[in-house]
Design a protein around this ligand. Structure first.
Ligand code: CP3
Length: 365
């Protein structure tokens, strides 16, 4: 499978270009280098439904995945939050479920209901997927990356991404989002060999997909493990940590200069072993982590990213403003990227986002 083969390093351009990009520069720095005056900022799900200009393009696009697979439109919505707020990073507009779709498990997005797939629950279902078939789908995404790269302001960093194998598998097995990921957990216990085969396929395909994004121009990649927290320690090691270690090792071989951000959302005390074992350059901190834990346990070892509660951003007001200041002050002694603890909520008022950027950029002492 192509995912396992090391390739010629193609991330040289990332090293040359980092000096005028505060976000990329910070990710490439060591803990002893001088810090920027204010933390770089971007927001998870910054391209999306809270923006009227996104809703306009989305209406015309004819289906969410059509938007993801149309390089012109996907490039446009990637750039919208950059134009409006001047974030330090743009994130490729796509979705974590592009990977199963590319492998041959079609994904549909029903209006207002989230993703739908025909669930895979046995070996015959998994056998229908074809890792050699992904290139056509992935190419349209690489074309989007290429377009964004040529239109992005000089000072903005481009983030590529994929879902972590476990999180993607939860959708492939349940056929939809579920509150507790019970179908995937059940299958993992009932038929660990089958589950392992699915994870292995996703590891290889994710490596291929991230390498392709980097070759096309992504300067940083983030891996979203949104549902890692439902697993007990032992299963977390096996289904989240090990796959992520393989992804990091493979990218480390082929693209050693491209920083990786891990986001094992809500895993609490497992954040630390995740950081140690994967060696990610930066760690996405969810809302539940205390600032002192982030500062004392994580920040000495990696760039920390986070962790404003998206609900505080939605509500605005003094509580929101005080928390923004507190996050910045607590983490000011080390490398910090300002972000939310999870994706922005679609009802968030635009003026609150504007205020957030103002607060962060005005926070220099
Ligand atoms: O701006 C960005 O962050 C880039 C694009 C992006 C999207 N999804 C666009 C999107 C990214 C990075 C994702 C990641 C993603 N997708 C995750 C991991 C992060 C997280 O939030 O935990 C997950 C679990 C998914 C799967 C997914 N995609 C679901 C469950 C849904 C439906 C729920 C919802 O929010 O509507 C989506 C749809 C989706 N992905 C939308 C967007 C902008 C909304 C679709 C629309 O426009 O109708």
């Amino acid at each position: 499978m192509s995912g396992g083969q090391p390739q010629k390093s193609t991330d040289q351009s990332a090293s040359k270009a980092s000096s005028n990009k505060p976000f990329l520069k910070l990710l490439k720095q060591g803990p002893k280098d001088p810090l920027p005056a204010t933390p770089p900022i971007w927001m998870m799900r910054q391209a999306g439904r809270y923006l009227p200009e996104y809703r306009e393009v989305r209406k015309q696009a004819g289906g969410f995945l059509n938007l993801c697979y149309n390089p012109k439109n996907a490039c446009e919505v990637t750039l919208q939050p950059i134009r409006r707020y001047g974030f330090d990073a743009a994130i490729l507009f796509s979705d974590i479920l592009v990977v199963p779709d590319a492998l041959g498990q079609p994904v549909r997005f029903e209006t207002g209901e989230g993703p739908r797939l025909d669930p895979i629950t046995d070996a015959a279902g998994l056998a229908k997927l074809d890792p050699l078939k992904t290139s056509k789908t992935y190419s349209s995404i690489y074309e989007t990356v290429d377009r964004i790269k040529s239109e992005l302001p000089d000072e903005t960093t481009l983030i590529g991404f994929c879902g972590a194998p476990f999180t993607v598998a939860t959708y492939m097995i349940a056929g939809r989002g579920t509150p507790d990921q019970a179908p995937a957990r059940t299958l993992a216990y009932r038929d660990p060999d089958l589950f392992q085969n699915m994870i292995d396929m996703l590891v290889d395909s994710s490596i291929e997909y991230l390498r392709g994004q980097i070759d096309a121009g992504a300067q940083v990649v983030q891996v979203f493990d949104s549902w890692a927290s439902v697993l007990p320690d032992e299963e977390f090691q096996k289904w989240c940590l090990e796959p992520m270690v393989r992804i990091c090792e493979a990218l480390g071989q082929s693209h050693p200069l491209t920083p990786i951000i891990g986001f094992p959302r809500a895993v609490g005390p497992l954040y630390k072993p995740y950081l140690e074992k994967t060696g990610v350059n930066a760690i996405g901190c969810d809302t539940s982590l205390s600032l002192s834990y982030i500062r004392d346990e994580l920040q000495p070892h990696a760039v920390v990213q986070g962790n404003l509660d998206p609900m505080l951003l939605l509500n605005g007001g003094p509580q929101f403003e005080n928390r923004v200041r507190k996050i910045i002050e607590t983490l000011a002694g080390g490398r910090h990227i300002f972000n939310l603890g999870h994706g922005i909520i679609k009802e968030t008022p635009l003026k609150n986002v504007e205020r957030l950027v103002e607060l962060v950029r005005g926070s220099a002492k």
